[in-house]
Design a binder for this molecule. Structure first.
Ligand code: GLA
Length: 383
């Protein structure tokens, strides 16, 4: 049964009726290059993936929100007319409460909603299932309340939910690509002005995502700390964000920075340059160059930003030993999560074989691989 049918079935079972039922979806994401640049006002190059959160929902006449999460077999209930309280840290309900809170803060009048939610984005794998749930539920709430949806606005509202309700000081990338992703394209996003350029996927290449199986807790704390270090560095350079520091300015002033902050800023400054160069190479079908930039990005995330882990380093090493792999790197926040590789179609099977042969025995973990097809952003599914 498809994810959509399963979600609809969950709705029918839990709410008994399905009059006025509408279906919405929002995708997870993979970032090809440009990590820890978004909250420095820099550039990122993600694609929305063909793994989603699906919401089957009806509007209510009162202000209650009742959500059943099929994947956890759990409920959440709250009232938009009362102050929306936070649940315990890491509760899935906080993402839904957060986006509703954020939309209410923006002054939207929202109807209540009955909803069943389900997804096939692996949780904790760094593929942004949390952004997808915020975006899908925000979109559903707006549509069910007869509001038009401005996708960039929704992305910002979902980021605010994550920053100010959930407490993760993330940038805009995940929510943005979940809102504005395009089928068969990656987007080069300028995280300062929120403009983007859609880059068609070159033919003859696959995006392969490999989940390291390392899903660490306390990522939020380490992430927020990296963000503060970047802010310290920007203040030192006397600019609003590290986006404004050129390599030349960095070379001149870096010696004045404390070693950790120096390495963090070197990552961000060079990663911005790599991302812009990778986008150009991608447009020119120069996948060798894109691959080399991805590898350099991994090294920088590993050594300067210090967000990799032995398992991700091993996955990248295995991938780079396979003929037909253009490049590979950790994708997203790091501290575990997934690797992304750009691969010739005929090499995909060799890559998965090499991983099963070496990764399991070395780490005692499974590393599931997915071939991912860039997909469209949030939408209503009309059956
Ligand atoms: C997480 C955050 C994003 C971004 C990446 C790292 O996915 O949610 O905003 O900062 O990490 O690039």
């Amino acid at each position: 049964m498809s994810l959509i049918s399963q979600t609809m079935e969950s709705f029918h079972t839990r709410f008994k009726s399905h009059v006025g039922l509408r279906i919405f979806q929002a995708p997870g994401r993979v970032n090809l290059i440009g990590d820890h640049t978004d909250y420095n006002d820099g550039f990122v190059l993600p694609a929305a993936i063909d793994r989603q959160i699906v919401v089957a929902a009806t509007a209510r006449d009162d202000s209650l929100v009742n959500v059943y999460a099929r994947d956890f077999d759990q409920w959440d209930h709250f009232d938009t007319h009362n102050e929306i309280e936070r649940l315990a840290a890491n509760s899935w309900g906080n993402y839904i409460r957060g986006i509703v809170w954020s939309l209410l803060e923006e002054g939207f009048k929202l109807r209540g909603m009955d909803a069943a939610v389900a997804g096939d984005i692996p949780i904790g794998a760094g593929l942004s299932s949390s952004a997808a749930i915020e975006v899908a539920c925000g979109y559903a709430m707006l549509q069910l309340s007869d509001h038009g949806v401005d996708r960039k606005f929704l992305a910002r509202a979902a980021q605010k939910a994550e920053n100010d309700f959930v407490g993760m000081r993330c940038g805009i990338m995940d929510q943005y690509i979940s809102c504005l992703g395009q089928r068969n394209h990656a987007l080069l996003i300028d995280c300062r002005d929120l403009g983007y350029r859609a880059l068609p996927m070159p033919s003859g290449v696959l995006i392969v995502i490999v989940d390291s199986g390392v899903h660490r807790g306390l990522v939020d704390m380490a992430y927020n700390q990296r963000r503060s270090e970047c802010e310290t560095a920007a203040a030192h350079f006397g600019v609003p964000a590290l986006r404004d520091v050129s390599s030349k300015a960095y070379e001149e002033l870096a010696h004045q920075l404390a070693p950790t902050v120096r390495r963090r800023s070197r990552h961000v400054i060079t990663e911005n340059e790599r991302t812009v160069s990778a986008a150009k190479a991608f447009e020119a079908d120069d996948l060798e160059t894109v691959g080399n930039l991805m590898v350099a990005s991994h090294v920088s995330l590993r050594d300067d930003f210090e967000v990799s882990c032995p398992e991700l380093n091993l996955l990248v090493e295995i991938a780079l030993g396979v003929k037909g792999v253009y490049g590979a790197r950790l994708t997203g926040a790091g501290f575990g999560g997934a690797m992304v590789a750009l691969v010739r179609p005929e090499a995909a099977a060799d890559l998965t074989a090499a991983i099963s042969e070496r990764y399991g025995p070395a780490t005692g973990r499974q590393a599931p691989a997915y071939v991912c097809h860039p997909s469209e952003g949030v939408s209503e599914i009309i059956l």
